[in-house]
Structure formats: C-alpha cells, structure tokens
Ligand binder design. Structure first.
Ligand code: ADP
Ligand code: MG
Length: 454
C-alpha cells in the first residue's frame, strides 16, 4: 500500500469482494468495515461486533487476504478488531453492580469447568510454594488472576524442566475459573495445538472452523511448552493468527517455555517478538530453604510420617529440580516401607545414592568420574587440570554432561568437582555434548553404556 492511503486500498478490496461474495454476505459482514491502520504488513480492520469479527476471521479470512494481497502486490496479515466503542468482554463481565457478588462454585462444577478448559484441577495457588526462585512469576500470576488481560499481556514464563511452569500457569487458569465465572479459559500445549490443528485440517473445513472457534473463544489462552511449535510452518502460521486475534481483543495470553523467546530455535521472528512484547518471567532452581519448604508442603499434603531431618537431607542431596525432589522423597518413603529401615541422615543418603531405579535422581559423582577415567583412559588429575587437549577435553565434557544428568549436581558443583571451573564453562560443555549426542549415534551409545556403570 505504498502509494495510496490505506483507506483507498481498503475501498478497492471492498469493491473486489462485493463482486466475489453474495450480496447478503457482503452487506452483513463487510460493508460496514473500515480500516484502522496498515503497518509492517499487518492490516487492522475495524468491525462492529464480535459476531462480525468471528465470521470474518473464520470464514472469509482467506478471501479477504487474497483480494488485499492482489491489490497491494504484497503479502498481508489481517487483524479484525471490534471498534473501541465496545469494551472488551472481560470488562463487560457480570450483570452490573447489583449482581457482582458471584457465588462460589462448588467443587464438582469447578472440576468440570477445569476439565473443559484442559486444566488439571489439582494445580492450585494453595499448593504452590513461593520462594526467591519464583516470586516474580508468582506475583505476576496473581496480578493476572485479578485482572486478566489488563496488565501483563502476554505473560511469558520460562525455566528449566521440573521447576513449576506447568503448575503455575495451570493454577492461574484454575483460579480464574473460580474468580471470574463468565470467562472462558483454554489451556493447551504447543504439541496438542499442533495435533488438533492437523487433525482438524485432515477432517475438513467444518473441523477447522470448530478448531478456530474453540481457540478464539478464549478470554484466557494458556499455552504450555510453546517451543514445540518451532520449525513447523503451518502450525506457526495458525498460532500467529490465533495469537493476534486474541491479543488485539485484549484477551489474556500466557505462554510457558523452556527458554526465553529469542532463544527458541527455529521459531519465526514475528512470533518470538510478540512473545517478548509483554512480561517475561524466569523461574530458577530452588535454593536449599525453598527445597525444604516444598518437601514440608508435600509432607503435609501426603501425610508421610517423615522427620524434618529426613526432609532436610533429601533437600540437600537433590538440587536440580522440584520434580526430582518430589520423586526422591517418594523413593525414600517407599524404600523405608519395603525394607523396614529407619529413616535418618545416613539411610536417606544410602537410599538415594545406591538405588538405581528409573526415577533415581542420583548417581554418585565419584562413580561417574571413575567410569570416565576407565573408559577414556585418562587420569582424574587430567580431568581437573586446565589442559584443553582434545583427548582430555572431550571426556571432561562428557563428564560434565553426566554429572548434570545423572547426579543432578548444580553447574557450580560440577565446576568445583572438575578443578574449579566456571559455571559458564560447564554450561557450554554440557550443551556441546547434548548436541553431539543427537547427531553422533556412537557417542550416544557410549554414554549409555557408561551410565550402566554407576
Ligand atoms: P515444569 O512445567 O517447569 O517442568 P512442573 O510444573 O511440572 O514443572 O513441576 C514439577 C513438579 O513440581 C510438579 O509436581 C509440581 O506440582 C511441583 N512444583 C513445582 N513448583 C512448585 C512449587 N513452587 N510449589 C510446590 N510444588 C511445585
Ligand atoms: Mg511443564
């Protein structure tokens, strides 16, 4: 639309569509539209209500886009926006002041609503422990529950695995269902979004319509593990359109991922920049105090009869993440139940260090170091030394990788064990092996074989 005003271009689009579409369709859905602006390939069209908006998005998007592309000679995205004389739905909530006091929903109704939204009702704020690692994310989450769509939009939460992303974003969804009974919450994962999209496309137009209707009806859209859609073109396209439609209408969007927007590989720039446009909150691994608090909470929830000493020992041994922490507590409790052993500092340590079951978080670091020295014929002294010779550097990096994976040591602890290296060096080494393992089958097998030794 370089040479003429957006308004003139839009008039041309309307002229074209008037010929293409039936008179009834044209006058119902298009005649009254006006253009608000056209910037960076995104054209914002004003419509009078949500009904019109939905129909244009779901049924006529392709046709309108084709006409616009044709006239401008460029590729365009379209956004339909309800003209601002109408407030967004979240603010129109309720039936006026007289009826503001909503009754608490009963547990069964809440469970049903959670299920419809795709949420697990057991993720709540009540059982989410707040500490220095997650207090920012938690505060933002709370603010969103009070006023969805108003302040932090979109919210993008990221952290390593098992640190509470899913728990927190589902708690937001559950709490909104409880507090704002008129709002529709839709939770999905990047993966389920893609699968549903593909399924709807294979099943035909009607299903695609239903797919869009489901997501575009959301007042609060929560997407977990959004990194999954990276590298998948048509999924990203649909995601982008859904995101824009909701975002423009001031609906709340909440995203969770394992890394910040700009670091998600193979994600389109237009998506990552939108993800980064609101609030970004990182969650870190829990410190000792927080780990103890989480285990106390778990003890209360489950009624496990374990002493503070036991909780503290588990918390000091399992540092990596909260999922492993909970797993370790369960492991200790079940080992005690089957062997009849009394639980104390030493027995807990023994259980966590010697069990080699599937969900064991811990392999002894010493065993890992020994296994590496054996296999690669290097000395422990060399692993700890500054030398960067390839014959030493690679085993050292494998060692870093295994110490992280198998004993769940912190980056700092791995650094210490390997001669006082900096945590960024460890991060780099671990990343390198992670990449290598994906490509190099032999190395992957070697590492697997190695890990049977500890
Ligand atoms: P992520 O999605 O980041 O991988 P999850 O949300 O699945 O992590 O959390 C892993 C486990 O740890 C879940 O069982 C969750 O309930 C628990 N958890 C995580 N953070 C907390 C917390 N702050 N308080 C209590 N439990 C937590
Ligand atoms: Mg998760």
């Amino acid at each position: 639309m370089a040479n003429e005003s957006p308004k003139a271009t839009w008039q041309k689009v309307l002229n074209t569509l008037e010929v293409d579409l039936s008179p009834a369709v044209f006058s119902t859905f298009l005649k009254t539209t006006t253009i608000e602006k056209s910037e960076k390939g995104i054209t914002t069209v004003l419509v009078k209500d949500r009904y019109q908006k939905e129909n244009l998005e779901l049924r006529y998007y392709a046709q309108i886009k084709a006409a616009l592309d044709d006239i401008t000679g460029t590729k365009n995205e379209l956004i339909f926006k309800v003209a601002s004389s109408l407030k967004p739905k979240t603010e129109r909530a309720g039936l006026g002041p007289l009826f503001r006091e909503e009754k608490e929903l009963d547990v069964e109704t809440l469970k049903r609503k959670a299920k419809e939204a795709g949420l697990a009702p057991f993720y709540t704020f009540a059982n989410f422990v707040v500490g220095s690692n997650n207090n920012l994310a938690h505060a933002v989450a709370r603010a969103i529950v009070d006023k969805p769509g108003a302040l932090y939009n979109p919210l993008f939460i990221y952290s390593g695995v098992g640190l509470g992303k899913t728990h927190l974003i589902q708690a937001i969804g559950n709490e909104i269902l409880r507090k704002h009974q008129n709002l529709t919450v839709v939770y999905c994962t990047g993966e389920s979004f893609m699968n549903e999209l593909i399924e709807s496309i294979t099943e035909g137009r009607k299903k695609t319509f239903l797919f869009r209707r489901k997501f575009r009806a959301a007042d609060v859209w929560i997407i977990d593990d959004v990194q999954f859609i990276a590298g998948r073109e048509s999924t990203q396209e649909e995601f982008f359109n859904t995101f824009n439609a909701l975002y423009q209408d001031k609906r709340q969007v909440i995203l969770a991922s394992d890394r910040p927007p700009k670091e998600i590989p193979h994600i389109e720039e237009r998506l990552s920049s939108r993800f980064a446009a609101g609030m970004i909150a990182r969650m870190d691994p829990p410190d000792l105090e927080m780990r103890v608090a989480i285990l106390r909470n778990k003890r209360q929830e489950t009624g496990f009869a374990v002493s503070d000493e036991v909780l503290e020992t588990v918390a000091s041994l399992v540092r990596s993440n909260i999922r492993e922490l909970e797993g370790a507590l369960l492991q200790v409790v079940s080992a005690a139940a089957t062997t009849g052993k009394e639980l104390n500092k030493d027995s807990v340590r023994e259980i966590l260090e010697t069990t080699n079951g599937e969900n064991t978080a811990l392999s002894s670091p010493k065993k890992i170091l020994n296994a590496i020295c054996d296999k690669y014929d290097v000395r422990l002294k060399d692993l700890k030394s500054p030398t960067r010779k390839a014959a030493i550097a690679l085993p050292r990096q494998i060692c870093m990788y295994l110490l992280r994976q198998e004993s769940q040591l912190s980056l700092e602890a791995v650094g210490e064990l390997l001669g006082g290296r900096d945590h960024t060096t460890i991060l780099h080494g671990v990343g390198k092996i992670e990449n290598l393992v994906k490509k190099d089958k032999k190395l992957a097998q070697d590492i697997l074989n190695l890990s049977t030794n500890f």
